[in-house]
Design a protein around this ligand. Structure first.
Ligand code: GDP
Length: 372
């Protein structure tokens, strides 16, 4: 990683992921290398340092922020004699824990097998197997122990199963007819579920953890006299494992087939601009970047000036910019309607609702020109 601030932030996020998976983090290790060591990712000295810490403190797992190659994983486990996880494995584990429908479970299982396949050998040769725990949920023990051929067969089967469900879901989407469809998109933990709840008065699970939402939820919402369908989608995240992007195709189809996107941003997060970029990147990848979009900057209640004393107006952002100043930056030039809200306190909700109403209405009258 190039700059210190970014590094801290990436590791904060990784720690948050670990916490979401149910782990507590004891210590962080960082190292500056021009490129990762091909054998052990970190250099041998750093590996030794980590190993000693692990031994002395009876640490159960070491997590790396990047995807490790199969041989790096193998070497690290052999040397450190501890369970090694990389970011992909950790994220897959969280998805596995949270998959609620058979569809989501199938998607995660597929992604896990695809991750596992090239890494099969390491699991059994060097590490006594630990039952349960992070990174071991999902495919059962017996299945992991079988050979690659069986796993490949399983992958084929899962893909077939997903195709069948995909077709069913496509039919369901078609049956929704011409009702305008709106999808909430945004980085993970920005408040999409909270906003969904507030708009539809339904009870969608919201918590301060990553990926609380795995399955998509569709709710009917009425603003003014205008009904539309609102979908909550899985939170986007940097370095989302490619296996997941692929197997979450149908989740992303909801976005791909939406008429309008509501891009929710957590403006109280110091790297919200990076988050916007990540989301736009994924939207581009699934060819949904040209849809009408509303930018909703959420959590303005948490975006506060940190007043040290009465005269000090230093805002609590790394760029030292107040909300009013932010509004004059690139935001002022945004081609999308933009609104600043708090999904918690419902501040500026009327303004946001009006904005959503206007956009939905535009689409609605293009579809039902005589009914309006
Ligand atoms: P999602 O992952 O995008 O669906 O985010 P959630 O709706 O689960 O919210 C993530 C966390 O942010 C939860 O702890 C929410 O209570 C919190 N949150 C959501 N909206 C707001 C807001 O407007 N202000 C503040 N301070 N917190 C919020």
């Amino acid at each position: 990683h190039q700059d210190e601030e970014k590094l801290t932030e990436y590791l904060d996020e990784l720690e948050f992921l670990a916490y979401t998976a149910g782990a507590t983090v004891e210590k962080r290790f960082t190292q500056k290398l021009s490129q990762p060591d091909s054998r052990t990712f970190v250099g041998s000295g750093k590996a030794e340092e980590i190993k000693n810490f692990v031994k002395e403190n009876e640490i159960g797992t070491v997590i790396f922020d990047d995807e490790l190659s199969p041989s790096q994983l193998k070497n690290l486990e052999k040397e450190m004699e501890v369970k090694i996880l990389d970011r992909t494995n950790l994220i897959l584990d969280i998805f596995a824990q949270r998959a609620q429908t058979s569809y989501a479970r199938t998607q995660v299982e597929l992604a896990q097998y695809q991750y596992l396949l090239p890494r099969l050998t390491r699991m059994w040769t060097h590490l006594e197997r630990q039952k349960g725990g992070i990174g071991m949920r999902g495919p059962g023990e017996t299945e992991i122990e079988t050979d690659r051929r069986i796993i490949r067969d399983r992958i084929t089967l899962l893909k077939e199963k997903l195709k069948t469900i995909d077709r069913q879901m496509a039919t369901q989407r078609n049956n929704r007819g011409k009702v305008v469809r709106v999808a909430l998109v945004g980085y993970t933990n920005v408040g999409k579920s909270t906003l969904m709840n507030a708009l539809s008065k339904s009870e969608v699970f919201a918590e301060n953890k990553l990926f609380a939402t795995l399955d998509t939820t569709v709710r009917k919402v009425v603003i003014g006299n205008l009904p539309f369908l609102l979908t909550d989608t899985v939170g986007f995240i940097r370095k989302l494992p490619t296996q997941l992007v692929e197997s979450f195709k149908s989740t992303l189809d909801e976005v791909r087939e939406a008429d309008l996107l509501i891009h929710v941003v957590d403006i109280s997060h110091e790297s919200f601009e990076d988050h916007i970029d990540s989301v736009n990147q994924i939207l581009m990848e699934i060819n949904a970047h040209q849809k009408p979009m509303i930018m909703v900057f959420n959590k303005i209640d948490a975006f506060a000036y940190e007043k040290k004393d009465e005269d000090d107006l230093t805002p609590a952002t790394k760029k030292n910019i107040s909300l009013e100043e932010w509004k004059k930056t690139w935001m002022a030039k945004s081609k999308y309607p933009t609104v600043f809200i708090s999904a918690l306190s419902k501040e500026n909700f009327p303004e946001m609702k009006k904005m959503i109403y206007d956009e939905v209405h535009k689409i609605h009258i293009s579809r039902f020109p005589y009914n309006d």
